[in-house]
Design a protein around this ligand. Structure first.
Ligand code: UT7
Length: 326
């Protein structure tokens, strides 16, 4: 079977309406706007809702952007660490809300979940699935102790989604002539990993609140982002200079800046949204990607480097060629 042409044909974001600023948090916690801004880069975050609601909203936007509806989707992958409930998978609710025709499953690889999902989605497309809706969604506020200043200032809620379609799955493909020489989408190189020995650095018991060894996670995050992104680039046969846009996990601006510095990728080629969203775990990369796509920062043929790390400790990097299924 020859590999089908595919591309990301839609993207979408969903954030709760309630904005919580650093000043709001400083009213209840022993913290300050200055500390949070300078130590993390976060100015405000959005809080509220359920993963199923935010995921459905982001998915709906992605489908609308592509001129599709749920009946066009053969597979839904929902990357989340904070499912609405233990059983069934939250993807079942999203499947129902969007009227999706095909299969659906949840994927938990913490903040690396969206990139793990991207690898799974591209694999499904390569083996004949015509369209995959990939959503990263988390409501970390549900498992964050509002009185713990070391985590409450960081974690928040949101969802981002992309639609991958092969040429057989794109409605537009039937209606439009393919522009000559238009590059197809591709996942060129990936790097997935987990260090289970660091299992206890960041976690949450059933019914409890998240605990984190912040500075150790910070140190590892910089190292992992650099080594994993470098591995994915090497497997793609590319160099940091070839990257049109770097979309890192949005946990802490100091982590992003340190990683960019070591990778040799400037801030003008890096997507940052955490100043307005905080850390939204599996949602952070697709939220940043959707904002960049909306802003016209991506063109067909561009190389997009995505890199996430999180509890586990998991990591995942991928080089995505932004392209068209046509
Ligand atoms: O999604 C993936 C997982 N998460 C991450 O990637 C987070 C990684 N870690 C971090 O982003 C940073 O380690 C934090 C933002 C969590 C903490 O920043 P830090 O620069 O590593 O601070 P620290 O933990 O070394 O703490 C420095 C001081 C401590 O006080 P003392 O012991 O020096 O008196 C903390 O108690 O800052 C204090 N502190 C705060 N002060 C004001 C910790 N949190 C706060 C706060 N406001 N919110």
């Amino acid at each position: 079977m020859s590999a089908p042409r595919w591309g990301v044909t839609g993207w979408g974001a969903a954030l709760p309406t309630r904005v919580v600023t650093n000043a709001d948090l400083a009213e209840k916690l022993d913290t300050s706007d200055e500390w949070v801004r300078t130590r993390t880069g976060i100015r405000e975050r959005r809080v509220g809702g359920l993963v199923s609601e935010l995921a459905a909203e982001a998915g709906r936007h992605a489908l609308a952007r592509a001129g599709c509806d749920g009946s066009d989707v053969e597979l839904l992958i929902l990357a989340t660490t904070t499912p609405d409930q233990a059983v069934p998978a939250t993807s079942s609710k999203v499947h129902h809300a969007l009227g999706i025709a095909g299969g659906a499953y949840d994927l938990n690889a913490a903040c690396a979940g969206f990139v793990y999902g991207l690898v799974a989605a591209a694999g499904a497309i390569a083996t004949g699935t015509s369209s995959v809706l990939l959503v990263g969604a988390d409501c970390l506020s549900r498992i964050t102790d509002p009185l713990d200043r070391s985590t409450a200032v960081l974690f928040a809620d949101g969802a981002g989604a992309i639609l991958l379609q092969s040429s057989t799955g794109s409605r537009e493909a039937a209606e439009l002539d393919a522009p000559p020489g238009m590059p197809a989408g591709a996942l060129l190189g990936t790097d997935l990993g987990v260090d289970g020995t660091a299992y206890e650095l960041l976690g949450c018991e059933h019914g409890g609140y998240m605990t984190m060894e912040g500075s150790e996670v910070f140190r590892r995050a910089v190292r992992i982002t650099v080594s994993s992104a470098t591995a994915a680039l090497a497997r793609s046969g590319l160099k940091p200079d070839d990257v049109a846009l770097f979309v890192p996990h949005q946990a802490n601006l100091r982590i992003i800046e340190a990683a960019c510095d070591r990778l040799g990728i400037g801030s003008e080629r890096t997507a940052v949204i955490l100043d307005r969203t905080g850390n939204t775990s599996a949602a952070s990369i697709p939220l940043a990607l959707a904002e960049a796509a909306d802003a016209g920062r991506l063109s067909a043929g561009d190389y997009v480097l995505l890199s996430g790390f999180g509890a586990g400790m998991t990591w995942a990097s991928a080089v995505l060629r932004w392209g068209s299924p046509l």
